[in-house]
Design a protein around this ligand. Structure first.
Ligand code: F3S
Length: 375
């Protein structure tokens, strides 16, 4: 409560308000362990549904536990403390699709790059950009200070983004988020020129990158996202503070800036953010009948819930038959990928490229990643 009250005072919040759910972007690293251990040892428990981010897959974790004892033990202890205080062990960065779904107008406390903008923009629930600690404190107390995105007047657009590029796949939405986040840094972008409703994975990619290269908690796509039917409504009658235009050129430049490798790759990582069921289906279709080249490592990260559905649909088997490996509960930001750090990698995720545990990196579409890794 002291932590949340101090945050509230810093932002001139008039009062605390109830939240019904929280998502702690648990990381299994030292700062995370420090705070959750205090809560667990003080016999705290989560008052409202509180989901957790990827930490480490148990089996994969055990393979590395002897090789990386310090980091492994921090991650393992963190995971156990979260369980002890009654957090939901979703171990996924897309909990808003299955394990912890807010509803329109609901006040929540969601940390994690894609989660905050998705919850605000696509669902129309209300959350600030929380840290692991503030989200977890809100989950334990069932309260959060009323400031920022919890107030309607702060949810108006600030920047007009004219999209003149063709957004044909999930990767192009990642590049759009990467570019716009970097360009405007903060505020609320209002996108025009997006002709049809993005797919869920396209929304996720846009959200993740807006909130990685920028500190962006929300956006509007007038007529598509829930809080604005028109451009005028999105800006709440105000004029945009800035206007930017994004063409194919900006997207290609963004892709070029992310690449540090040329030539062949020896590791491919997909699923950052965790792949959803549509992406697992797309990938299964792409790899059917193909084989991962010799010497190549191919990982696909997803949530346990998504994998269960992918198992039932046969997607997991198709992907595994190609020689790719499907892993749940973990994330590219975890130590268990350190063994890849001398290898040249490829990913369809600018965020994964940023956190890469491998050496030089290439980025491209899911199709390009599969073409680079399989014959
Ligand atoms: Fe998710 Fe980890 Fe990527 S939390 S977005 S898989 S860096």
């Amino acid at each position: 409560m002291e932590l949340l009250v101090a945050i509230g005072e810093a932002f001139d919040a008039p009062r605390m308000i109830p939240v019904n759910r929280a998502h702690a972007a648990s990381s299994g690293q030292e700062g995370d362990l420090y705070f959750v251990e205090i809560l667990a040892k003080g016999n705290a428990s989560c008052k409202v549904t509180t989901t957790t981010n990827p930490i480490a897959d148990f089996e994969y974790f055990q393979q590395y536990v002897t090789k990386e004892p310090d980091e492994a033990s921090v991650a393992w202890r963190t995971k156990n403390y979260y369980k002890q205080i009654g957090a939901v062990m979703s171990l996924s960065c897309i909990p808003y699709l299955a394990e912890n779904i807010p509803e329109y107008g609901e006040h929540v406390a969601f940390s994690e790059s894609s989660a905050t903008p998705y919850v605000n923009s696509v669902i129309g629930a209300l959350t600030n950009r929380e840290s692991i600690q503030t989200a977890l404190a809100a989950g334990v107390l069932g309260e959060t200070p009323e400031y920022g995105m919890h107030l309607k007047e702060n949810r108006k657009g600030t920047a007009l983004v004219r999209v003149e590029a063709e957004l044909s796949d999930g990767f192009s939405y990642s590049l759009l988020g990467q570019y716009v986040g970097k360009k405007i840094a903060s505020g609320i972008p209002v996108f025009t020129g997006i002709p049809k409703r993005p797919r869920i994975d396209q929304y996720i990619n846009l959200c993740a990158m807006l909130n990685v290269t920028g500190a962006i908690a929300m956006f509007h796509i007038p007529g598509i996202t829930v809080e604005a039917k028109t451009e005028e409504e999105a800006f709440g009658g105000d004029k945009p503070k800035e206007t930017i235009t994004v063409t194919e050129r900006e997207l290609r430049q963004t892709q070029d800036e992310l690449q540090t490798a040329t030539g062949p790759v020896s590791v491919v990582i997909l699923g950052c953010p965790h792949y959803n069921l549509d992406q697992m289906a797309d990938l299964a279709k792409l790899v059917k009948g193909k084989k991962v080249r010799g010497g190549m490592t191919f990982w696909v990260n997803t949530s346990a819930t998504t994998k269960l559905m992918a198992d039932r649909a046969g997607h997991t088997k198709t992907i595994q038959d190609s020689g790719a490996q499907v892993i749940v509960d973990t994330c590219i930001d975890m130590f268990c990928w350190n063994n890849l750090r001398d290898r040249t990698g490829m990913t369809d995720s600018p965020k994964c490229a940023y956190y890469r545990r491998f050496g030089p990196v290439k980025v491209g579409t899911m199709e390009e990643c599969v073409a680079a890794a399989m014959e």
